[in-house]
Design a protein around this ligand. Structure first.
Ligand code: SF4
Length: 431
């Protein structure tokens, strides 16, 4: 049996934590101590390698100190292949780590993988040292080719795994919440969003038997008080499907696992919210994006006019009130600093957010251009030089870029501080 290792690298700067799953796999950098996603793509890769007959050792070093991480790879037992989970946000950090892996084990075949590597523009792909290969596309489609052909692969857009991710290989009780996907893809095409780029614009549904097996594994491994977050870009995609998933949740998950979902305001009404509550859903993340009707009508697909935007904000208010009445905590998520943002539109968003009752969680993110998205292309060299700096470790992936809109970065940061729920122990899980 061939020996392989699946490795999630540590942060080489102990003040930071890298979340490689956020932003559809582009990743994000947080100050240490923030919540991070459990590595779903790594769990899928473990499952895939085992399906191909590999014996797999898992090293999830994402929360260990850099020195300990390096010691652990120094003592790695002999393996033929090391698959390293990376992302664009953590590319520089993970390259430094993989260089040490190469130094300690010169003959191992080292492969980089991560869903968001699809977003790496082609001109950056020539320099892959110290990796032997990089799975640019979805690793579940590209890794088998790399393993058999010794090539750097560019296969993209494959379907997700047809066996459940191997969560049992990870210490799930070290994560404050778990994640699951019951579907992938989104047809809304928001200009800033990487999900349609990475996952495609057509929605694909996971087979219900596969979902049941995955939920059962999570029920076995999750500790009390765990939050299980459905990370489908669109949940639910239809009433029928939603009811089937709610039945499954009621059947398989114990009451001590709280379930969260993320969806659009338009998909919710009182009936749906009541059913969600009865199924055990305890939080719903809603991408409100802006409290300013002009910004909404200019940037949010499905909102064609200022009047639509006003109606949308009223509906968002009603939906969040209904959630509270049925025992679900809504999280309103805002995006600040898109092109077109002005001091007036920013203030409208702050006012809208602050008008929400305290029980409603609030989280604002500062816009960053992600490669492959429509806005990234529009911003041209401004966005590209920012990405270049991220890949060379000269700036943090989540830092906003000056000059995208008419508002200064300091003003955006001040607005974010006003919007974010004060002392919120668990702010909305980042997308
Ligand atoms: S609806 Fe959500 S997931 Fe879909 S494109 Fe817009 S922001 Fe992205």
């Amino acid at each position: 049996m061939i020996q392989a290792a699946v490795i999630v690298p540590p942060s080489m700067d102990p003040r930071l934590v890298y979340d490689r799953e956020a932003n559809a796999g582009y990743g994000i950098v947080h100050p240490a101590g923030r919540i991070s996603y459990p590595p779903l793509v790594s769990a899928e890769v473990v499952s895939m390698l085992q399906g191909y007959g590999y014996s797999v050792k898992v090293l999830d070093l994402s929360r260990v100190a850099p020195y300990e991480g390096l010691q652990r790879i120094k003592n790695l037992p002999p393996v033929a292949v090391a698959a390293v989970n990376t992302s664009l946000a953590s590319w520089w950090n993970d390259t430094i780590f993989a260089s040490s892996l190469r130094k300690y084990h010169p003959s191992i075949k080292i492969i980089a993988f991560g869903n968001g590597l699809t977003l790496m523009p082609a001109r950056y792909r020539h320099d892959i040292q110290p990796y032997d290969s990089v799975a640019w596309g979805y690793p579940l489609g590209s890794l088998p080719h790399i393993l058999t052909d010794s090539i750097t692969c560019s296969l993209v857009g494959c379907e997700r795994l047809q066996t459940p991710p191997n969560w049992g290989a990870f210490c799930l009780d070290e994560y404050s919440f778990l994640s699951i996907e019951s579907s992938s893809g989104c047809h809304f095409g928001c200009e800033w969003c990487p999900y349609p780029v990475v996952q495609g614009e057509y929605v694909r549904l996971k087979d219900m038997r596969l979902l049941k097996t995955e939920l059962t594994t999570i029920a076995e491994h999750a500790s009390k008080g765990t939050i299980l977050q459905f990370r489908d870009p669109l949940f639910p995609c239809s009433r029928e499907r939603m009811e089937a998933i709610f039945s499954l949740i009621s059947l398989v998950l114990p009451a001590h696992i709280a379930v969260g979902v993320e969806t659009r305001v338009e998909y919710l009404d009182e009936d749906v919210i009541r059913d969600a509550s009865e199924a055990g859903i305890r939080n719903i993340n809603l991408g409100i994006e802006s409290g300013d009707p002009f910004m909404l009508s200019a940037t949010k697909p499905g909102i064609g006019s200022m009047m639509d935007a006003v109606t949308y904000l009223q509906r968002a208010n009603r939906v969040m009130q209904d959630c509270l009445e049925y025992g679900i905590r809504p999280f309103a998520m805002f995006l600040l600093g898109l092109p077109g943002e002005s001091e007036q539109s920013l203030q409208a968003t702050v006012d809208f957010a602050k008008s929400l009752p305290d029980e409603i969680g609030r989280q604002a993110s500062l816009f960053i251009p992600i490669p492959g998205t429509k806005i990234y292309k529009k911003l041209g060299s401004l966005a590209d030089s920012a990405l270049s700096s991220v890949l060379r470790g000269r700036r943090r992936a989540g830092d906003p870029i000056a000059g995208v809109c008419d508002v200064s970065i300091q003003t955006l940061a001040d607005a974010k501080e006003q919007i974010d729920s004060p002392g919120n122990p668990r702010s909305a899980i980042p997308k």
